[in-house]
Design a protein around this ligand. Structure first.
Ligand code: FAD
Ligand code: FES
Length: 330
């Protein structure tokens, strides 16, 4: 099996204050990765994913950049406690918010809001360094003080005159981002990269659709889970079928419930299975079906070989046969 599930120790070598609530952590890491990918960290038993702001094509260090979420468990811990010399447990790299192999001549248009600039910065650096593509970037923040990588982006634009068009949007100066502003960057045959708060991404998606950009041209990275909420009038009726979950050798069986994912069934069985994004993007929840079948609502993380070997994203997989067995492997 190709994917490395394991968590590995990574030492923090440097901590950089980007803005009052955003820090970059440089890591002593030697693994190969692609621009736009993320790592998943285990902090106090909790899993959270953070995109790499570094580019494998331009940066010697591997860096993640973390914005503190108010009352956020992991982002708060990383800001309050993590210092050079400390060791983090991390798995990955994962994710497909990356440069496409066949896109050397297509323009690249990116829309980033808040901490969404992190993977976009990585992708833009690689695109400029390894291709001849024209790059257009809208980087939106609440104000000048919260504009992550503003100076670094200006320096990048200066190093690539005529190739990187940069639009710094500040809400307190310019008002909220508008469809006109988004549409103004759209151009023929481009690939589009979108990462930011949900309302920002929804506006970008709607605007691009109005400009007849087809969905396969748009790559989206979601930081917040788009967990589907299945509201039912009362508890759903159990089916005459079962889900058997095997987590690190311990096996439990629960009745299937309509509309329930394998991850939800595993939790109902009393397990604490691994997960992070709950959006089908990170593969942290990946497990193997050894019996029965299941259909994934979204799969932005597993490749064709993994799926054919029986692996599923349990946060997205619903059983389609009466009895299924799912095994979480270490
Ligand atoms: C693939 C992926 C890549 C990511 N990359 C980055 C990155 O590069 N930099 C970065 O800073 N974050 C990134 N995130 C988000 C990160 O994983 C955490 O969700 C975020 O740091 C909040 O976690 P927490 O434990 O601090 O907050 P929690 O304790 O989980 O949440 C505290 C409160 O904040 C809300 N909340 C949770 N997440 C967010 C959020 N992202 N924005 C606003 N409110 C939220 C919750 O609903 C809750 O009310 C990424 C997420 C994914 C899935
Ligand atoms: S938890 Fe990220 S893909 Fe399932």
């Amino acid at each position: 099996m190709a994917r490395d599930h394991g968590f590995h120790p990574l030492r923090v070598t440097r901590v950089v204050d980007e803005t009052p609530d955003t820090r970059t952590f440089a890591l002593d890491a030697r693994f190969p990765y692609r621009a736009g990918q993320f790592l998943t960290f285990k902090v106090c038993g909790t899993l959270r994913s953070y995109s790499m702001s570094s580019s494998p094509d331009t940066d010697a260090e591997v860096c993640v950049t973390v914005k503190r979420v108010p009352d956020g468990l992991v982002s708060g811990w990383l800001h309050d406690w993590l210092k050079p010399g400390d060791v983090l447990e991390a798995s990955g790299p994962s994710g497909s918010f990356c440069l496409r192999e066949d896109a050397d001549k297509r323009p690249l248009v990116a829309y980033a809001g808040g901490s969404g600039i992190t993977p976009v910065f990585s992708v833009v650096k690689s695109a400029l360094a390894t291709t001849r593509r024209e790059v257009r970037l809208l980087s939106a923040h609440q104000n000048g003080g919260s504009a992550i990588f503003r100076g670094a982006l200006d320096a990048l634009a200066a190093r690539h005159p005529g190739r990187l068009s940069l639009c710094h949007h500040l809400d307190d100066r310019d008002g909220l981002v508008t469809a006109e502003e988004i549409g103004a960057l759209a151009t023929e045959r481009a690939d589009y990269y979108v990462c930011g708060p949900e309302p920002f991404m929804a506006l970008v998606e709607d605007t691009l659709a109005a400009h007849r950009v087809t969905p396969e041209r748009i790559l989206i990275e979601r930081f917040t889970p788009t967990a589907m909420v299945h509201e039912a009038a009362g508890p759903p009726e159990p089916l005459a079928a079962t889900v058997t979950v095997d987590l690190r050798g311990e096996r439990r069986t629960v009745p299937q419930r309509p509309g329930e994912t394998l991850l939800q069934s595993a939790r109902r069985a009393g397990f604490t299975p691994p997960f992070s994004c709950e959006s089908g993007d990170c593969a942290t929840c990946m497990a193997r079906l050894t019996d029965g079948e299941a259909k994934m609502r979204v799969n932005n993380a597993l490749d064709v070989d993994e799926v054919s070997e029986g692996y599923v994203l349990t946060c997205q997989a619903e059983p389609t046969t009466p009895d299924v067995t799912v095994v979480y492997e270490d």
